[in-house]
Design a binder for this molecule. Structure first.
Ligand code: ATP
Ligand code: LTN
Length: 327
């Protein structure tokens, strides 16, 4: 039997080069070997206040991006989390099997509450429990994610393991799949912080929809350092990040990437990385524009995806309810 892959992505804005290189770019290669589900996690998105019209647009846009980036809806289940009530139902149940002490340790909660001090809501706090439900609902074996999500996956394993210990083997315990290179793409202006679509620092983030000249301009302005060596090093976060992006985009190793720029200056280096990124993204951008003009198709994909996901989720939710003692 094929194993199952599940991952989620928030419709909180236009996806970035970070989520592309850290996560999505690896997803399309997996469908031959695994049953794959990719979910637009709109229930997670509302842990930060969203404008309804913008949230709706972002969701549709993200679905179109997933398809444009190579996820064929015939071979992957693509859907919106809010269309499948089993996520929220299992999320509630698992809240009762997660300790406050565990949630207190989550660094994403600490980061997001520092950035949204006026709205530290209970959903933001229990966010990783809903994420756990997303994953175990489908008995997922593997969860492809960027480095920032490792801690949530660990929590998921702990909660699922605890539930199994009480009620018998209900859930598969999933493994994280984190790429060896590109798992943490950093901001171009703050290379010590991860590139994030909800960060508003100008020029920090490459959005997948950025025009080629905008991309090149952002790379030209990327923060580097005061020496002139183009190599990966802990004390050179800006240069290391640009080399990582270049390596991911060209399929070269980090040392091959360093060799490509031996003896070259920072100006040439930044311009080249910008051009490579812009060139690579162009065909995806064209496909995205084409899909965005076809609402009927996007609606059909979302409806079929939700139907399939609901069918796949039902047996696990039934098993959970039976185990707990619900009538
Ligand atoms: P937000 O800024 O709203 O918190 P995000 O961009 O961090 O959003 P998502 O878009 O939901 O988060 O992330 C989707 C996937 O991309 C996740 O698996 C996440 O780990 C990965 N990812 C996000 N940002 C990066 C990054 N800078 N480098 C590598 N992987 C990333
Ligand atoms: N928390 C993730 C998004 C997410 C997810 C998931 C990822 C929600 N549910 C299930 C993997 C599996 C994020 O912030 N990027």
């Amino acid at each position: 039997m094929k194993k199952t892959i599940f991952s989620g992505i928030k419709p909180t804005g236009i996806p970035t080069l970070g989520s592309f290189l850290g996560a999505i770019t690896h997803w399309d290669k997996l469908s031959a070997q695994y049953n794959c589900l990719y979910c637009v996690v709109d229930l997670h998105a509302i842990t930060i206040r969203q404008d309804p019209a913008v949230l709706r647009d972002n969701g549709r846009n993200l679905l179109a991006w997933l398809i444009a980036l190579g996820l064929d809806p015939e071979r992957n289940v693509l859907y919106f989390q809010s269309h499948v009530p089993a996520h929220a139902e299992l999320g509630w149940i698992l809240n009762c099997y997660t300790y406050v002490g565990e949630l207190n340790r989550m660094t994403q909660f600490k980061d997001k509450s520092a950035k949204n001090a006026e709205n530290i809501n209970a959903g933001l706090y229990t966010y990783p429990v809903l994420q756990t439900a997303d994953i175990v609902l489908f008995q997922a074996n593997l969860v492809p994610i960027g480095d920032d999500q490792r801690q949530h996956l660990e929590l998921c394993r702990d909660v699922a393991g605890r539930f199994n210990k009480i009620y018998g083997d209900i859930f598969t315990i999933p493994e994280a799949f984190v790429p060896p290179v590109g798992a943490r793409i950093m901001g171009l202006q703050n290379p010590t912080d991860k590139m994030s679509k909800s960060d508003e620092t100008s020029g920090d983030c490459i959005y997948l929809s950025d025009a080629s000249d905008v991309i090149i301009k952002k790379f030209k302005k990327a923060v580097t350092d005061s020496d002139s060596q183009i190599r990966v090093a802990e004390d050179k976060p800006g240069i290391s990040n640009l080399l990582t992006i270049y390596a991911c985009m060209t399929g070269k190793t980090l040392s091959e990437s360093e060799a490509d720029f031996e003896g070259k200056g920072y100006g040439h280096f930044k311009q080249t990385v910008g051009e490579v990124v812009a060139e690579n993204l162009r065909p995806y951008q064209q496909e995205h524009a084409r899909l965005m003009a076809d609402n009927t198709y996007l609606d059909k994909v979302a409806a079929e995806g939700a139907k399939k996901a609901a069918e796949l989720a039902a047996p696990t939710l039934a098993k959970v309810k039976q185990a707990i003692g619900f009538n």
